[in-house]
Design a protein around this ligand. Structure first.
Ligand SMILES: [Zn+2]
Length: 450
């Protein structure tokens, strides 16, 4: 079509009804359901690492809760790894004989040390380039990745040190790897997360130090040589049959067109995962309650993915099982419990203009504009590769990485009103995508956001 026709067509596109918008957002802001569900999940089920009893209980709980909202619910099988932490201690040992205990925690996927632990000299680096430059000097040493993380955005930049650090240190012949926690604040809580050892690379003990202890180790190394004594008792148990929870509200007019909304049920084991990703699960449940009575034109499918944290098994299993489904848009809530600040969008040219009138009702929450940010989520990456338009509520993440993957990720850090606001924004955005008279143009390329 010519560019002259486009504005005329846009004028002809009906806008959403203000009454519907007020009902959707108003209910989420006032019924308190998201916080109630989050309280249940964190206080009565607790930590939900892949393969654990908590994860299995969460599947059961979510299935019942979503069915009670009037959605048709089933589970889909997902095979997950089962890694468990054990004893974990560390000490800094100085040539003077001074020994200082360190606050540390094993990274998910870490190998154990021998029962009595290992003691080895430490070499500090800030990057893989510095590690590689050590050459043979890395052999038998404990490699210390020490890079500060100042703001939330840095997670995307330095996350690779955790994800690939153990494998790179193993390839270099190191005895173990420790790293400064990926965190924007610290009260001496170490932050875990997955480290990936590819097949053919020797497993390696790997742990995160609290920010304070990374600082102490750095100062010690500035004075001269230092050793660490590290004891990790983690184990990899046999794989476990787990599940994604899939809940559907059939579209009233276009049932084959699917709007997918996801969050992940699993958490790390150190805490109850209130923000990662209990908040997302709670927001999905609020969306279910709000949309159940509205019956939008397209099918709304809610998926609570299993094992985002330790291999994305749920996201991969879903993509495989639903390869031929017609997903017209996909959203994921996996950014904590902060207030909504806008909508992140990854779709083809013209998507933002099409969507604008449908985002207008979000002005009451201060989140009606399309902003830079991650659209979709890790569980949706296989769908993103198929160019399905991706969206997210962009939430305030200022303090998300203060607690992320640490023992401090608990309910008390969640502001109920901020959570309710984000749940309202998510419910409205999901409704808009399921009800609007258009579908968004397919994303052109991952690199070309909207
Ligand atoms: Zn998450």
């Amino acid at each position: 079509m010519t560019s002259l026709l486009l504005p005329l067509l846009l004028l002809a596109v009906p806008s959403p009804s203000p009454e519907d918008a007020a009902a959707v957002i108003g209910q989420a802001l006032t019924d308190g359901l998201a916080y109630q569900r989050l309280t249940e999940l964190t206080d009565t089920i607790g930590p939900r690492p892949a393969g654990s009893a908590g994860a299995a209980q969460a599947v059961d709980w979510a299935r019942k809760r979503l069915a009670a909202e009037g959605f048709v619910v089933h589970t889909e099988p997902v095979k997950v790894p089962h890694w468990v932490r054990g004893v974990e201690t560390g000490e800094l040992v100085l040539p003077s004989g001074h020994v200082a205990p360190l606050a540390l925690t094993a990274l998910g996927g870490s190998a154990p040390t021998p029962a009595g632990g290992i003691t080895a000299p430490v070499l500090e680096v800030t990057s893989f380039e510095q590690l590689h430059a050590l050459g043979d000097r890395a052999k038998g040493k404990i490699i210390f990745f020490n890079h500060p993380m100042a703001v939330a955005h840095d997670y995307g930049v330095y996350g690779a040190l955790r994800f690939r650090g153990a494998a790179e240190a193993s390839r270099a012949g190191a005895a173990a790897m420790v790293m400064r926690s990926l965190s924007t604040a610290s009260l001496r809580s170490p932050h875990t997360g997955m480290t990936f050892i590819p097949p053919g690379v020797a497993p390696l003990p790997a742990a995160a130090l609290s920010v304070e202890d990374a600082g102490a180790l750095h100062r010690a190394l500035a004075q001269g040589p230092a050793q660490l004594h590290l004891t990790l008792g983690c184990q990899t148990l046999p794989e476990v049959e787990s599940a994604n929870v899939v809940a559907e509200l059939k579209g009233s007019a276009l049932p084959k067109e699917v709007v997918l909304l996801g969050a992940h049920l699993d958490s790390w084991d150190l805490a109850t995962g209130a923000q990662d990703d209990g908040a997302g699960v709670a927001m999905v449940m609020e969306t279910a309650r709000v949309l159940a009575h509205l019956r939008p034109r397209r099918t709304v499918r809610l998926v609570l993915f299993m094992n985002e944290e330790f291999g994305l098994d749920g996201g991969k299993a879903y993509a495989k099982a639903h390869a031929t489904d017609h997903h017209v848009a996909a959203l994921e809530a996996d950014s904590g419990a902060g207030r909504p600040m806008g909508v992140a969008l990854r779709a083809g040219p013209g998507a933002e203009a099409l969507l604008a009138p449908w985002l207008a009702p979000l002005a009451t929450l201060g989140s009606e504009t399309v902003v830079e940010g991650e659209a979709g989520g890790a569980d949706l990456e296989p769908l993103a590769a198929q160019h399905v338009p991706m969206l997210s509520i962009h939430q305030d993440g200022t303090h998300y990485f203060d607690v992320h993957h640490s023992a401090a990720d608990t309910l008390d850090k969640v502001d109920p009103q901020a959570l309710a606001s984000s749940a309202g924004a998510l419910a409205w955005l999901t409704y808009a995508l399921a009800e609007a008279p258009f579908t968004l143009p397919a994303a052109v390329d991952k690199a070309e956001a909207h």
